[in-house]
Design a protein around this ligand. Structure first.
Ligand code: CP
Ligand code: NVA
Length: 308
């Protein structure tokens, strides 16, 4: 059956575990699968900048024996008003999967609605589910499991990373906390979806406006840019309300725990959402996290293509 990965809760808890287990196998043996042999082609399309997502998909598809077709979406006819649905119908005739980084989630929903091949969300304004698969793989490596751990995200609670950590984290049975200033708390419909999934797994999701209360007792701290791509001119003050949420050594100490890990999807704005001391310190797992994009996405691709 055709499956897409548009948001984190598109995988059931068992399926998420299957993909993460496969990601661990691929990490141990990077050239051990020819899931895309043929070669099967995968379109990897970007309407926003990217370093990690672009490189990890291109390398990962090649390692699986496939052929990556990496395209700047702004240079496609899509950028000259060809419809998303017509684009999708055409792509389905050429490639075995479509990976797309775009703006509104509604755009990738439209792409998947007309597609006869799996569509993967490589970041939208609302979600970044490939990143969170890599985050979960990294947390499992550091903590030996996921269910029951407390993860606190600090920053813009309404951005793609906050939303994906909520949905992906509760799918894994984690207790997810969002520490965000007033006016930057998660969108209601995402909170509803997270509560629904948490009720199935024993996880939970909670929103805090005090950073100290949010981090107390946390096993994992995560932060992200205060200004996401596309928000540069949204007229909001995206600095002063966030300053108390900076991931620095004081907030790390405020967890009251010794083994807390720190994640950041990168790119980091050093001295803004995170300090050098924390990013480069012993709690930081950010470069393992970046590496795991490769393994997690290969696992996702192999898993989705096998199900077609
Ligand atoms: N974390 C992440 O998605 O990085 P890029 O924007 O470089 O792809
Ligand atoms: N929230 C950030 C993530 C970048 C990988 C953005 O959307 O720009």
């Amino acid at each position: 059956m055709l499956r897409h990965f548009l948001r984190d809760d598109d995988l059931t808890p068992d399926e998420q575990t299957e993909v993460l287990d496969l990601a661990d196998r691929f990490k141990a043996d990077p050239l051990g699968s020819d899931a895309l042999a043929g070669p099967r082609a995968v379109a990897v399309i970007f309407e926003k900048n990217s370093t990690r997502t672009r490189l990890s998909f291109e390398v990962g598809i090649a390692q699986l024996g496939g052929h990556p077709v990496v395209v700047d979406g702004r240079m496609m006819q899509l950028g000259r008003e060809e419809t998303i649905e017509d684009t999708s119908r055409v792509l389905s005739r050429y490639v075995d999967a479509v990976v797309w980084r775009t703006f509104a989630q509604a755009r990738i929903d439209a792409m998947s609605s007309a597609s006869s091949v799996p569509v993967i969300n490589a970041l939208t304004d609302e979600f970044h589910p490939c990143q969170v698969l890599a985050d979960l793989q990294t947390i499992r490596e550091r903590h030996g499991g996921l269910a029951g751990l407390t993860l606190t995200y600090l920053g813009d609670g309404a951005n793609n990373m906050a939303h994906s950590l909520m949905l992906g984290g509760v799918t894994a049975g984690m207790h997810v906390r969002i520490g965000a200033p007033e006016g930057f708390t998660p969108l209601g419909w995402v909170l509803d979806a997270a509560h629904k999934r948490a009720a199935e797994t024993g996880g939970s999701v909670e929103t805090f406006t005090s950073p100290q209360a949010a981090v107390d007792g946390s096993d994992v701290l995560v932060t992200d840019a205060w200004t996401s791509m596309g928000q540069e001119n949204d007229g909001k003050d995206r600095v002063s309300p966030f300053r108390p949420f900076q991931l620095n050594s004081d907030l790390l100490a405020a967890t009251g725990k010794s083994g807390t890990s720190v994640l950041h999807c990168l790119p980091a704005h050093r001295g803004m959402e995170i300090t050098d001391e924390v990013l480069d310190g012993p709690a930081s797992a950010v470069f393992d996290e970046a590496e795991n994009r490769l393994h997690a996405q290969k696992a996702l691709l192999a898993w989705l293509v096998e199900r077609r």
